[in-house]
Design a protein. Sequence first.
Length: 308
Amino acid sequence: MKPIRIVTVVAVTLSLAACPVGLHATETQLPLQSGDYLVTQASPEARHSEHNPTAQSFIFHVTGSGGIQTIARPPAIAAPRGIRALGQGQFVFADVGAIRVMASDGTVRTLYKGAPLILPRDVALDHDGGYVIADFFAKSIFKLTGAGKVATLHRGPPLRFPHGIDVDKEGNYVVADASGSLFRLTPQGAVAVVATGPPLVNVTDVKVDNDGNYIVTDIGFVIDDAGKVDLARSRNPAKLLKISPSGEVSVIARKPRAHFRAVALLPDGSYIVVDMMNAVYRITPDGSINVIYEGPPLRQPGGVAIVP
C-alpha cells in the first residue's frame, strides 16, 4: 500500500507497511522489555461499577514487534487512564477514584482511594516524590504525598475539565484541559493560561519534552458545559501539538477520522500516541505517522507509557 500524504503545517505520512491488525494477541505472558509499551483501556461500564468482572477494562502490553497481551484486568483495576513509568519495574496510573501502581508482572496495589478523588484522568510524579493528579469530574488538581495524604492544589475556574498533567523543570504543573486550554499551575496554586482556543479543541494529554516545550494531544471532540461531547461540532481532525512555554502553538501531525488521546515521548524525539479509534502510533518530529498496533483487543484505549 502506498503511503498516504496528509498536508498540515508539516507534511504527515501515514505508513501501513507493517501494520499489525489485532492478530498478535499472545497467550503466554511475555516479560516487559525496554522500549515496549503499556496501554490502558477504560470500559464505560467500569465507571459505574468499579469491580465489574465483565468490563472491558485492561492494561495491555504491546511489544516493539507489534504483539499484544493483557497484563492487568478487573477486579485489580477498574477504568485505568493516564499511566507513567516510575522505574524499577513500577508504573503509576489513574483509576476510578484511585491512584494505583502496577509492577512489571501485572501485580497492582492501591496508593490512594476515595474522596476527594472522583474520576482522575492522569497522574504525574512530582519533584518531591509525591504525585499530582488531574481529576476531570472534580475539576481539580490534587497533590498526593508520599505519606498518602491528598491536598487540593486548585479547584474550579479557570479549570473546567482537567484531563492531562505533567511537571516541568521548574516544578510547575502543566494541565491539559478538555475545554480546549492548556494551563500552568504553580505549587502554590496560582494558575496561568498558556494557550486557549483554536487550533486547540479538546486537549487530553501533555508531556514536557527535553527542551521544555509541551507536547499535547487534541482529540478533536467539543465538550459542552455539562462535560458531554457535542457531536454536531466534533468533526475535527486529531492533532499532535507542540506548545512553547510562552504559548506559541505548532502542529506536529494531524489525522482525520482519528482521536488522539495520550502521548509518551521517545528518547529519539519521536512520540508514541494512542488513538481512541483503537490504534497506537509512532509519530516522528516531521509528522510521519506509523502504526505500531491497530484493532482488537483495543477498544477506546486511553493512556500509554514506554517501558524504560
